[in-house]
Design a protein around this ligand. Sequence first.
Ligand code: PAF
Length: 317
Amino acid sequence: GRANGTPAAGPERERGRVPPSRASVAVITEPGEWRRTLDAARNAGRTVGVVPTMGSLHAGHLSLIRLAAAQRDLVAVTDYVNPLQFAPSEDLAAYPRDLESDCALAEEVGAHLVFAPTPAQMWPPAGRPATTVTVSGLGDRLEGASRPGHFVGVATVVTKLLCLAGACRAYFGEKDWQQLAIVRRLVTDLSLPTEIVACPTVRDRDGLALSSRNAHLSAAERAAAPTLYWALLAGRRSVEGGEEDPEAVRAAMAGVIGGEPRLIVDYVEVADPEALAAPARVAGELRLLAAARLGRTRLIDNISAVSPHRGPAGVGP
Ligand code: PAF
């Protein structure tokens, strides 16, 4: 059947009896089985790629899976809505879940396995760990300040997933830039055998970054949503034009968001790309990050910006 543990390359499939629209990607729910499956693949000389997701797969996720499939012999997608990264005020219960459709989409773009445990399987017996992972500093700013506890939840589950996965390449989207920076840091700090691959943000034609949250936008909100990206572009123009005052770059971005009454700015920031600290002077390679509320939905986005002024460690032109 679909999404119930059927091997991806069974004899029926090879004879072409299973219609291509029916997912036959292998679904694993037991952490121990997932670990043994990836170990066996490596022992057989196959390289492994892991794409961590919370399901609700959209074209952004599919671009990660496609890249993994182009680079690795065995591609495993994790599909786990992680309760630890939701605050009590955020609606965990309403988070969309559709394992069957996720499996069909993942298989179509080259995934072989989907790891979809329940919280009780992830953290037996109570469904919550006593051990957590905190990435200090990096995890406290920006999204961390707006969503206390969020990155502890992310870092804890990613650490567990990567420990289970073993040596692999793991693919993360640049859309969640701070998450990517945090994952890189925890992999380095804890010496996990993981090579992190960053994948560019996928955007709709009007510039809106793809996100599972976009599904919650009304038509009017959807029309207003790309303003967040336009604000980042205004920030980039300011940086590229040689602006040296970070406050002026932030003001350029906030001004664009302010022009769209439906968007309520949460933060706009110019930061160094790794530690995400705000520089005293705009120079070198930077990341522009913004978050805003649009009705009941919170949107985040980020882009790069390169200043014509040389950075402190000689970074930049
Ligand atoms: O980016 C996400 O979907 C989640 O934060 C992740 C990395 C899968 C951890 O739950």
